[in-house]
Design a protein. Structure first.
Length: 544
């Protein structure tokens, strides 16, 4: 009889029972003179003692502005050193930090500000072609709770100067009033489907998740972690910042947004030991003209996460980027985010073909999506997560919370997965992404992995599109490697005789890029919309 697809992450290392501020204070006491935060593009460097002092100054300034425990304070900015300072200062005064996606426009910004009841917004003046101040002015009348906004460019120093009216005892009293179960962060889900919902997370949620990610990566005070992923997302602020500060490691911010050249330069100049990214970021670096001129010898480990990690890309990262201990993390914003991770000493095959095993102090199970019955090993079903990492709920949305977290406190991820006999989890795809073609279940991930083995394919994404005959047909969007050329005929021939006929894409679209969220997640729902519209137009033209 097969074992059930359920496992709990037993660990001899206890959960941290403290607030984010208390944990940072302990790190400062141990490693005060070591680098804590480096942002080369801003020419900014801070030791742990300097970072602590700046968060103290900002925390006092927030108190001077009348910020109470539980008030929502927003940050709308790309990756800058100020983002990190704000993260820790708000935690120290018990304000709930609301992360605003740097890619948001007026409608999305207005929704986040109004839905969270934001009191104070800290924002960059602009990012790339987007004027944040102009957008804020448009939506501000719809956000009655918003008392004030501070533009980091030009008003940061003025804000810090307000700290002088608050003495040390008042800040200490506020910090003493906090508990680690207090809500401390609202992160709006990336919106690949539907309107974003505000996942509400506590000190306990995100501090422990960052800490145990760092434990798995074997971080110490000598590590220097290159973080090109956005801070507004769990990947940046938890796996990045909190994993570092809970171990005394240095956070290296290569730029405001991801740029392959800037990231490669930061790795070499700062002698980074760890590198983060979603698969598309690693692909961009591997294909960049500066790649062969970059010294990767300092790298040891890192994290690839955020979307399915192609086996071929993982192999190249291990071998060509000198990251033998690269790990894959799996999770979601609602689980702080990580629930499974490969270990640095796992067998290579497990590290490149699975999303690892359960995290310490976390439980995962795989169930039949219809009945909820726990499945046996090597059966595909919905992955569910339970433990300290599960969010408190969606902010002011009890209905959505009840739909996501069941009575047993299991978070239903919506991901299709299987668990092997050793407890390693593989992601098959999203329940909503599964293609049903003429009664056959087709898993896009399987076809994507096969297409990655084509020598001229840099990236591939597979979706289902409507079909009058089969219900759905398989379609692949393919991005060629630089200076390479592919076409539908050649790709079909590559598939024929190697994968089942019903899995071979009926339609192909050769592209330079995919629709993506700012975190690098491919928006398959937009791909389906675009493809369905284009195919319908083609059919009408053929009919006439």
């Amino acid at each position: 009889m097969s074992l059930p697809s359920y496992v709990h992450g037993a660990s001899p290392v206890a959960l941290l029972g403290e607030t984010i501020g208390a944990n940072l204070r302990r790190t400062v006491d141990r490693f005060g003179d070591r680098d804590a935060l480096v942002a080369p593009a801003q020419e900014y460097r801070a030791t742990y003692r300097q970072l602590w002092d700046t968060t103290t100054t900002l925390a006092k300034a927030l108190l001077a502005r009348g910020i109470e425990k539980g008030d929502r304070v927003g940050i709308w900015s790309p990756n800058r050193f100020e983002w990190v300072v704000i993260q820790y200062a708000t935690a120290r005064v018990g304000a709930i930090l609301v992360n605003i996606n740097p890619a948001y426009k007026a409608q999305e910004l207005g929704h986040a500000l109004a839905q969270s009841g934001l009191t104070l917004l800290l924002l960059a003046r602009r990012f790339r072609q987007t004027d944040y101040v102009e957008i804020l002015d448009r939506v501000r009348p719809e956000c009655p709770a918003l008392r004030e906004a501070v533009v980091l460019d030009g008003e940061w120093t003025t804000l810090l100067d307000e700290s002088g009216s608050i003495d040390d005892d008042r800040l200490a009293a506020r910090e003493a009033s906090l508990t680690f179960d207090d809500p401390i962060n609202i992160q709006y889900t990336s919106g690949t489907t539907g309107a974003p919902k505000g996942a509400t997370l506590s000190h306990h949620n995100i501090l422990n998740n960052g800490f145990f990610c760092g434990e798995v990566l074997r971080y110490t005070e000598v590590d220097r972690v290159c973080v090109p992923v956005p801070f507004y997302h769990c990947f940046g602020m938890v796996i990045g910042n909190l994993a570092c500060t809970s171990h005394g490691a240095c956070i290296v911010v290569p730029g405001e947004g991801f740029d392959p050249r800037g990231t490669l330069a930061a790795i070499e100049a700062e002698r980074c030991t760890s590198l983060y990214g979603v698969p598309t970021m690693f692909i961009a670096q591997l294909d960049h003209p500066d790649f062969d001129r970059t010294d990767f010898s300092s790298l040891r480990t890192g994290v690839m996460a955020g979307s399915p990690c192609p086996v071929e890309v993982m192999k190249q990262v291990r071998e060509r980027m000198h990251i033998p201990e690269i790990t894959i993390c799996y999770g979601m914003t609602e689980t702080s985010p990580v629930s499974t991770q490969t270990r640095v000493d796992d067998p290579v095959e497990k590290r490149v073909t699975t999303v690892g095993s359960v995290h310490p102090h976390v439980a995962v199970k795989i169930v039949d999506p219809e009945s909820g019955r726990v499945l046996g090993r090597n059966e595909s079903g919905e992955l569910c997560t339970r433990g300290y990492c599960v969010m408190l709920g969606y902010w002011n949305d009890a209905t959505a919370t009840a739909a996501a977290i069941d009575a047993g406190r299991w978070m239903h991820t919506g991901d299709l997965a299987s668990m092997d006999d050793d407890g390693y989890v593989s992601i098959v795809g999203r329940i909503k992404d599964m293609i049903i073609r003429g009664g056959e279940n087709v898993y896009p991930r399987e076809i994507e992995e096969f297409l990655y083995t084509h020598p001229d394919v840099a990236d591939a994404q597979v979706i289902g599109v409507p079909s009058a005959r089969y219900g759905e047909e398989v379609m692949a969007w393919v991005k060629p490697k630089p200076n390479a050329s592919v076409d539908a005929k050649g790709l079909t021939a590559f598939c024929r005789g190697t994968i089942a006929t019903y899995k071979i894409p009926r339609y192909w679209k050769i592209v330079d890029a995919f629709p993506m969220t700012v975190t690098g997640k491919v928006q398959k729902y937009r791909m389906r919309e675009i493809s369905t519209r284009e195919l319908e137009t083609r059919r009408r033209q053929e009919d006439t």
